[in-house]
Design a protein around this ligand. Structure first.
Ligand code: B12
Ligand code: SF4
Length: 442
């Protein structure tokens, strides 16, 4: 059969490459003819896809939906709403069934299928189920028990529970389906997963839905071989080591780093840390392995708000971690998402004062918390009458504390950035220095 796969993400902020969809392509490429379109860098992506559908005449069309929106409280842009007219255009020229998947789809499987008027969807990981669904479409008999399958029956949309089991075996797709070159110009062009799943429950995060609560470790040997493979095929030595929090399993994190050091691979990488589970040895190993930068998952720098966001560590711990990172020469980002339940002008000032004290390499400040279903934030938003129904959350909906309001928060962030934005230029210097060093040692 002929299968067209489309990565619909056009959001170029940190531009994540279509690795998930490339896995889907890999899962069917052995037995079917696959064409792959990446919307990210196209000038007129929809027009290109329509031309391709006319020429290629696919039997199945798979669309990957990565984000519901950019989670920036100023934004109203909805990728889901933007893609909907494209589906109507496709229907004019093709009778191929349309299959949806991706993390945004997993957040709202039944509702997105209905809204997009698609035929099928697969929530959760798709690489094992998609080939089975394609086979079903080919022989005209649908196995209604396929895990994660979303389909219509007697006028109703049915959503089976998804498979979320992590990626214990190799996941970097064998062949390159998309052009990696434009991604090479981004900060972190390569991506290798370290582990998946997070047992924690920060009040606004739906990671337990999209990535599961159970931590699924990956073998250090596989991680190293994927890094080496991507160095060769994607021609990059700069990686995002994707992990909800690299140091939640400290011993395992060290084992991974030791494997990278043993391999002799020269790379520059970033990852995500929690500020409460580290020691000197971890940072020494990180440095030796090439991790030059971390995102410290604090999301607020006020004790009151750390408690409200259910982060589970005290502010003193964040400061200790910042100092230790500085001592070891590892750059770090502190991101604040202001405006959650209980935020006041005073807690905002506490966070900003903390930033001025520790002077991170990079600061990202947002206002407004994206309300996602299956989170405590959603429950509070319903109790406070901010949202009435889950279906509203398909489109950008943000929680703003009544005490600060949206306008005051945005104004305060703008003033802060205007005054201290220059500090972020240290990130560019750090990154360029590391890249030049890698280049000289090639
Ligand atoms: C790593 C990561 C990043 C990295 C990416 C680095 C890189 N070089 O790729 C960075 C830091 C850049 C990033 C940025 C952002 N991210 Co992010 N990210 C992740 C994370 C932790 C892992 C993603 C990943 O690579 N997974 C591994 C691959 C293999 O899986 P996958 O892409 O999901 O594909 C699988 C399935 O989805 C499915 N599938 C995918 N496509 C298709 C298509 C079909 C047809 C089918 C059948 C199946 C299918 O099968 C695939 C294989 O199993 C997820 C967490 C999570 N829960 O997934 C968040 C996550 C995807 N990110 C999220 C968000 C919000 C963002 C940002 C908006 C954050 C911000 N404010 O900056 C930006 C947006 C970037 C952009 N322009 O799109 C949210 C999306 C929430 C939502 N429901 O919309 C998530 C889910 C985290 C969360 N819980 O909030 N992110
Ligand atoms: S924000 Fe990070 S630590 Fe908190 S639940 Fe989500 S993935 Fe886990």
């Amino acid at each position: 059969m002929k299968i067209l796969l489309v990565y619909t993400n056009k959001n170029r902020f940190l531009a994540p490459p279509p690795m998930g969809l490339a896995m889907i392509a890999d899962s069917v490429a052995g037995s079917h003819e696959v064409e792959f379109i990446d919307f990210m860098w196209e000038e007129e992506p929809e027009a290109k896809a329509i031309r391709s559908i006319r020429e290629f005449r696919p039997d199945v069309i798979g669309l990957s939906l990565r984000i519901l929106d950019d989670q920036d409280g100023r934004g109203t842009q909805s990728p889901i709403a933007e893609i909907k007219p494209f589906i109507s255009d496709v229907r004019q020229i093709s009778r191929a069934p349309i299959v949806l998947g991706g993390t945004a789809f997993t957040t709202f499987p039944a509702k997105i299928l209905e809204y997009m008027a698609a035929d099928y969807g697969i929530a959760g990981q798709g690489e094992r189920v998609f080939p089975l669904l394609v086979e079903n479409i080919g022989n005209g008999v649908l196995d209604e028990n396929l895990p994660g399958l979303v389909f219509r029956k007697n006028g109703q949309v049915i959503a089976n529970p998804p498979v979320i089991e992590g990626y214990p075996t190799a996941f970097t797709p064998e062949c390159s389906y998309y052009d990696p070159r434009p991604y090479a110009r981004t900060y972190w062009p390569g991506i290798v997963l370290i582990k998946t799943g997070c047992p924690l429950r920060c009040m606004y995060c739906d990671s337990h839905v999209t990535a599961g609560k159970k931590v699924e470790l990956r073998s250090p040997e596989i991680i190293v071989s994927e890094l080496e493979y991507q160095v060769k095929t994607l021609d990059t030595r700069v990686f995002h080591l994707a992990d909800p929090c690299f140091n939640t399993t400290l011993d395992y994190a060290k084992t991974v780093l030791e494997a990278i050091i043993r391999s002799g691979l020269r790379m520059a990488a970033m990852t995500t840390l929690r500020p409460d589970n580290f020691d000197d040895e971890l940072f020494v190993l990180m440095k030796r392995a090439g991790i030059m930068f971390v995102s410290l998952g604090a999301d607020t720098l006020s004790q009151t708000m750390l408690d409200n966001y259910q982060k589970g560590f005290p502010i003193g711990q964040v400061e200790q971690c910042c100092r230790a990172l500085q001592k070891h020469g590892i750059g770090y980002m502190l991101e604040c998402v202001f405006g959650g339940p209980g935020e006041t002008k005073q807690t905002v000032e506490e966070s900003l004062a903390f930033l001025s004290k520790v002077k991170p390499t990079l600061t990202l400040l947002y206002a407004g918390l994206r309300i996602l279903p299956e989170t405590d934030l959603y429950r509070i938003a319903v109790e406070e009458g901010i949202v009435q129904d889950r279906s509203e959350l398909l489109f950008p909906r943000y929680y703003f504390s009544r005490d600060t309001g949206a306008d005051w928060l945005h104004g305060r962030i703008d003033t802060y950035n205007k005054r201290y934005g220059y500090r972020n230029s240290r990130m560019v210097l750090l990154f360029m220095r590391r890249k030049i060093r890698l280049w000289l040692r090639r």
